[in-house]
Ligand binder design. Structure first.
Ligand SMILES: *Cc1c(COP(=O)(O)O)cnc(C)c1O
Length: 444
């Protein structure tokens, strides 16, 4: 039967390979997520709907933790809340023993609500207001400083026992210009020439414990940028240690661990990352006599990205003289990454996994915006109205970046776990569109 492989099977092979991990399964042509049928979920909760796999979140977290622990025993993982801020996701991370990275007072509030202790929460904000600093001080979370201005304003409000400084290690990287968070053009972090001043100011004000931090960007699939930036930051740590005479309790290398989205992208080699970054770390902390600080990272995308799927129903199939459009019920109000970053998300037809790719479609949302496309030129099986599409790798920066644009209420979120499922966020209603709105008295 070697030669006579039917052409549809040849095409089915790569299609099924696109399911990024074993918790996404093809059961008789239907996509299942950890034992739960996506068709059943769509019927029960309507679409669009985000579906998160609890087991996958735990697996991803444990893989990172175990990879790091193989090389160093004082590690701390601050999972980045902004990738997925759902309370249930935060609770899962809490039960794994994770710490949490927050970038706003609202995220700190949610993390506290999910059960994180203040000392397990690291706040890294930029352009922070005084009342926000006050809230963070009152909440007793650890504050990571982004500017001398922020530090001076913080010290006037309160002198915390511990302070960390976000440095700009001059090396940035990321999957898109908007996702590079260090280097010459970046608004983030404090440059080397002001770092000494920052720590000296904090020390003189009475701060006793210190951390140092960087976060160079997002969606990084190779180890080199992490190594370059780590080398630079460790040099800065030495400089601060020698000049200001402080010992770091932790050194935080930020997030940015990438996940492949496009079929041709190779996953980040986690073991290689851990080995290379930690061997550099161990070598330098010894050489620079920095003691034995906690080694910290802040993965966001890596933990939740492939644990999430966005289900969306086909409303329309429209053929123009130039394009074939599949009109679905999720647009950039629901998933903004394709419109905002030109990101690629794998898409499968959740109710036709066994059918061969036949046509090239543009997958378009319901918004009145030409940029409202989830995909261009995507090879898919022949699509019919009512089909269910699954947008994969949607667990990071999916729901958390969603909006009500075009006055579309935000969608629901569901958690699945080993054959069970539960609604974890209700879909919004029209009433939510009215929430907080007031008519001025002269119009009433
Ligand atoms: C966004 C962010 C992260 C997480 O980035 P990922 O690319 O999702 O890993 C970590 N730290 C800080 C300070 C961030 O702003």
């Amino acid at each position: 039967m070697n030669k006579a492989v039917p052409s549809n099977l040849e095409q089915v092979g790569p299609l099924m390979n696109r399911l990024p991990h074993e918790l996404l399964e093809n059961q008789e042509g239907v996509l299942y997520i950890d034992g739960v049928s996506t068709i059943e979920l769509a019927r029960k909760f309507d679409t669009p709907v985000y579906v998160m796999s609890e087991r996958r979140i735990r697996e991803n977290y444990r893989n990172v933790r175990e990879a790091l622990l193989r090389h160093y025993d004082k590690i701390r993982i601050y999972c980045s809340a902004k990738a997925n801020t759902s309370l249930s996701v935060l609770k899962i991370l809490k039960t794994e023993g994770a710490c949490i990275d927050v970038v706003s007072p609202g995220e700190a509030f949610l993390a506290l609500n999910a059960g994180f202790a203040p000392k397990e929460i690291l706040f890294t904000g930029t352009s922070v207001r005084n009342d926000e600093l006050r809230f963070l001080v009152d909440s007793e979370v650890t504050i990571n400083i982004d500017s001398l201005s922020q530090l001076r304003r913080l010290l006037k409000i309160h002198v915390p026992s511990i302070v960390s400084v976000r440095v700009n290690p001059e090396v940035g990287a990321g999957h898109h210009e908007h996702c590079i968070t260090a280097g010459k053009m970046s608004k983030f972090g404090i440059w080397e020439d002001q770092v000494i001043t920052a720590y000296r100011t904090a020390k003189e004000a009475g701060v006793k414990r210190f951390g140092i931090h960087m976060h160079i960007g997002s969606g990084i699939l190779t180890v080199e940028p992490f190594l370059l930036a780590a080398e630079k930051m460790l040099e800065i740590a030495r400089l601060v240690h020698d000049e200001v005479g402080i010992t770091f309790e932790f050194i935080d290398f930020g997030g940015g661990l990438g996940v492949p989205y496009r079929p041709e992208e190779k996953p980040l080699d986690l073991e290689n990352y851990a080995e290379k970054v930690l061997s550099l770390y161990k070598k330098r902390i010894e050489e620079y006599e920095l003691g034995k600080p906690w080694f910290c990272i802040e993965p966001g995308r890596y933990i939740v990205c492939d644990a999430g799927v966005l289900l969306t129903t086909v409303n329309t199939v429209k053929v123009t003289p130039f394009r074939k459009f599949v009109g679905v019920d999720a647009g950039f109000n629901t998933l903004i990454r394709p419109a905002m970053y030109g990101s690629y998300h794998p898409i499968v037809v959740a109710n036709r996994l066994n059918e061969p790719e036949k046509e090239t479609y543009d997958v378009a949302g319901p918004l009145c915006e030409s940029g409202d496309l989830l995909a261009r030129d995507r090879s898919l099986p022949e699509i019919h109205e009512g089909d269910l599409l699954a947008v994969l790798n949607a667990g990071a920066y999916g729901f958390s970046m969603s909006s009500q644009y075009n006055s579309r209420p935000r969608c629901a979120e569901v958690m699945v776990n080993n054959g069970q499922y539960a609604l974890v966020r209700e879909k919004e209603t029209f009433e939510d569109l009215l929430k907080g709105q007031k008519i001025p008295p002269w119009l009433a």
